[in-house]
Design a protein around this ligand. Structure first.
Ligand SMILES: Cc1cc2ncn([C@H]3O[C@H](COP(=O)(O)O)[C@@H](O)[C@H]3O)c2cc1C
Ligand SMILES: O=C(O)c1cccnc1
Length: 336
């Protein structure tokens, strides 16, 4: 189905009307979990994850056969403010690297048994510098949302989205600051590795951008302070919700993009879990606001969907136990 929205408000409505989890499947999965050959609760969070996954897939005994990783790339006008340790052309160079199989996400997707798709969004036309103007027009942000929406394959049974976009930790920090308040310094981090002066400059840029676009609602925060790859991630996460495909969130940038959905429509991220805690300073605070506890904490700070892709392996392990283990009755093991 091609994207069925041509305005931000129409996108919000589609999101608000998307289906929820299947309560019957949740209940049946809970019953099955209680019968498996292990002491109650002995698989810890793996048990909760498997039940959550079963609910979204609508079956008490699911499997994960077709995970999809999608990386979206975009360029940011705000790089003119010197917010990244790397030059903007690295975005396009890394897209080529993804296409040639040479990036971390190529290896991590393969290791997790996931397909990898890469979508470059108008790299030749960076978004506007958000300290001067909205990063995107409504038409541009809707087009990026639609790219994400249309990138999710209908037969995908687990989605991880990620990004490539030099300057986008500044965008993500600005989004978090606009959504959650506090001070600009609370939300900026070193990204690709800016020094102390660079960090102070990032905070200034975030402060100015957030002040300029004050009063925007959540999806307009995405439009004014985000980037095409952030909007595409949001669109893909929305489509996954629509198709009841569970999502594993990646790091700071992915989580900031996702946060705009949760602020626009409460519960919009119920089909998503946090794959990992990024080393980017403010990621934990965003996850706290989203009410999500990261699965892994590996000191990763790459983006590209990398942390989410590593977490696929954990969710696969959870679902394999849940669906593959014998019950006490089947195995003839004494119950209590
Ligand atoms: C070679 C290279 C590969 C990357 N892969 C992801 N990122 C990550 O770094 C960027 C964000 O950091 P900042 O806001 O400081 O520019 C994004 O592209 C993100 O995906 C990369 C960055 C570089 C340099
Ligand atoms: O957490 C992330 O997604 C991240 C952190 C630093 C740089 N790029 C991405």
């Amino acid at each position: 189905m091609a994207a069925e929205f041509s305005t931000l408000e129409a996108f919000r409505k589609v999101l608000a009307e998307a289906p929820g989890t299947d309560q019957d499947a949740v209940q049946q999965a809970e019953e099955r979990n209680g019968q498996l050959t292990k002491p109650p609760g002995a698989l810890g969070r793996l048990e909760d994850m498997a039940i959550w996954y079963a609910g979204w897939r609508g079956t008490a005994r699911p499997e994960i056969a077709s995970p999809q990783v999608i990386v979206f790339a975009g360029n940011h006008g705000v790089t003119a403010q010197g917010v990244s340790a790397f030059p903007a052309e690295v975005t396009e160079q890394m897209v080529l690297n993804f296409q040639h199989g040479g990036a971390a996400i190529n290896q991590l997707s393969r290791a997790a048994g996931a397909t990898l798709d890469v979508h470059a969004l108008s790299l030749e036309t960076p978004t506007a510098d958000f300290t001067h103007a909205p990063a995107m027009s409504e038409k541009e942000v809707v087009a990026a949302l639609a790219t994400g929406w249309n990138a999710v394959k209908a037969d995908t049974d687990l989605l991880v989205v990620g990004e490539m976009g030099i300057g986008n930790t500044t965008s993500a920090a600005a989004i978090a600051h606009a959504l959650y308040g506090g001070a600009a310094d609370d939300w900026v981090g070193r990204g690709t590795g800016v020094d102390d002066a660079g960090l102070a400059n990032k905070a200034r840029v975030v402060r100015e951008g957030v002040a300029l676009h004050e009063g925007a609602d959540a999806l307009n925060v995405l439009r004014c302070l985000g980037g095409r790859e952030l909007a595409a991630m949001a669109g893909a996460i929305g489509r996954a919700r629509y198709l009841r495909i569970p999502v594993i969130l990646d790091g700071f940038i992915c989580s900031a993009a996702a946060a705009t959905l949760a602020e626009a429509v409460p519960g919009a991220l119920d089909h998503a879990i946090a794959g990992h805690a990024s080393a980017e300073a403010a990621h934990g605070a965003v996850l706290d606001r989203l009410g999500k506890e990261p699965l892994l904490s590996l000191n990763m700070r790459l983006g590209e969907a990398s942390g989410g892709a590593v977490a696929i392996n954990v969710l696969k392990a959870a679902v394999a136990c849940h669906s593959g283990m014998a019950t006490f009755a089947e195995a003839g093991v004494s119950d209590v």
